[in-house]
Design a protein around this ligand. Structure first.
Ligand SMILES: C[S@@+](CC[C@H](N)C(=O)[O-])C[C@H]1O[C@@H](n2cnc3c(N)ncnc32)[C@H](O)[C@@H]1O
Length: 325
């Protein structure tokens, strides 16, 4: 479905509600229990994520923004002008603003699972950049993406900031990167933000901010499930738990049950005992070399990497290889 909202084209491939039901029932039937992190992002989830980015503890957003600002010219030199700029998981589309004037893309394709938020962010961008052609698509990027707009002969570059790559297990990350390489085609590029391994106390603070934004973000998942699937999670009976798992090199987020309860979802019933958890997110942290090796295995050639002076975060420019290279 395509609609033209003045200066933006909107392409709606929003996943059906049935997908949420199937994923939640499947995830809660596993041991340990889990729900995929993409379901955090309803309108409220997207708004709380923006609040997290403003907290003192969440170094991720401001460090990546600093890198993009400090190296904007060099980034533009490598990415080039006139590309089709595709941003999976574009959220509020704030970071791309740092690059737009330097890159002067042929068109910008923000893509997000959070439909209304995407539409709002795309419209804000259209208001502020009247010269920019925008094709916004509500789409799930965890499966291969069929581009709704791809002018022949225009080089494609994907932009994937926020270290969202860290939400995938290593094998899944490789599949995702390979899908992106196929999408941008040989000679196309990927500009990607990747969070680095660091002192676990910084990580602990970042995912447990003092004002409770991350806790609210995590718990909002159950509010959403209650609202959209008619379930009966008692939110006062669950608490946010986030910690760095050294062995796996990832921050884990969980919702831990503190009050024994029975949860009904559609025709299924799940019993939660005190101490049982729902694993809601992983955020894998990388060493630079380690990430470049993964990117190479997925069909990309590392071209350049930028970092901050404390080596908290990295931004990589990768080019999709021609097969057999
Ligand atoms: C961590 S936020 C990052 C937002 C933005 N890219 C940034 O760096 O600030 C992840 C974004 O990706 C979107 N998202 C998460 N999983 C997705 C999926 N499977 N398909 C499409 N969008 C997804 C969320 O709605 C959210 O806007």
């Amino acid at each position: 479905m395509t609609s033209n909202n003045n200066s933006i084209q909107f392409h709606d491939y929003q996943p059906k509600l049935a997908q949420l039901g199937e994923a939640v029932i499947h995830g809660l039937s596993q041991h340990p229990r889990s729900i995929p992190p993409k379901f955090f992002y309803d309108q409220t989830g997207s708004e709380i994520f923006d609040d997290i980015c403003e907290t003192d503890e969440y170094y991720v957003a401001r460090t990546e923004i600093g890198i993009l600002e400090n190296h904007r010219k060099d980034i533009a030199k490598h990415v080039g002008t006139g590309c089709l700029l595709i941003e999976p998981g574009s959220g509020n589309s704030q970071k791309v603003r740092i690059l737009l004037d330097a890159l002067r893309p042929h068109a910008y394709l923000p893509m997000d699972i959070s439909r209304d938020y995407l539409q709002f962010a795309a419209q804000q961008l259209a208001n502020d950049y009247p010269w920019l052609e925008i094709h916004a698509a509500c789409i799930d990027y965890s499966v291969p993406i069929d581009l709704p707009f791809a002018p022949v002969g225009t080089r494609k570059v994907a932009f994937f900031p926020g270290s969202s790559i860290g939400n995938f297990e290593r094998g899944q990350a490789k599949i995702f990167l390979r899908n992106i390489a196929n999408m941008v085609e040989p000679g196309g590029g990927l500009l990607i933000g990747v969070d680095l391994k660091k002192d676990p106390s910084l990580l602990h603070a970042a995912y447990n901010d003092a004002d409770g934004n991350t806790a609210a973000f995590n718990l909002n998942l159950l509010t959403r499930v209650n609202r959209e699937l008619g379930s009966n999670f008692d939110l006062d009976g669950f608490s946010h738990h986030a910690f760095y798992n050294e062995e796996h090199g990832r921050v884990e987020m969980h919702l831990v049950c503190e009050k024994s309860q029975y949860i009904n979802i559609h025709s299924k019933q799940f019993h939660f005992s005190v101490g049982e958890s729902i694993h809601t997110e992983n955020s894998y942290k990388y060493h630079i070399d380690d990430f470049q090796e993964l990117a190479q295995q997925a069909g990309f050639r590392p071209i350049k990497v930028w970092s901050d002076e404390d080596h908290l975060f990295s931004v990589h420019y990768l080019e999709a290889e021609h097969e057999n290279n």
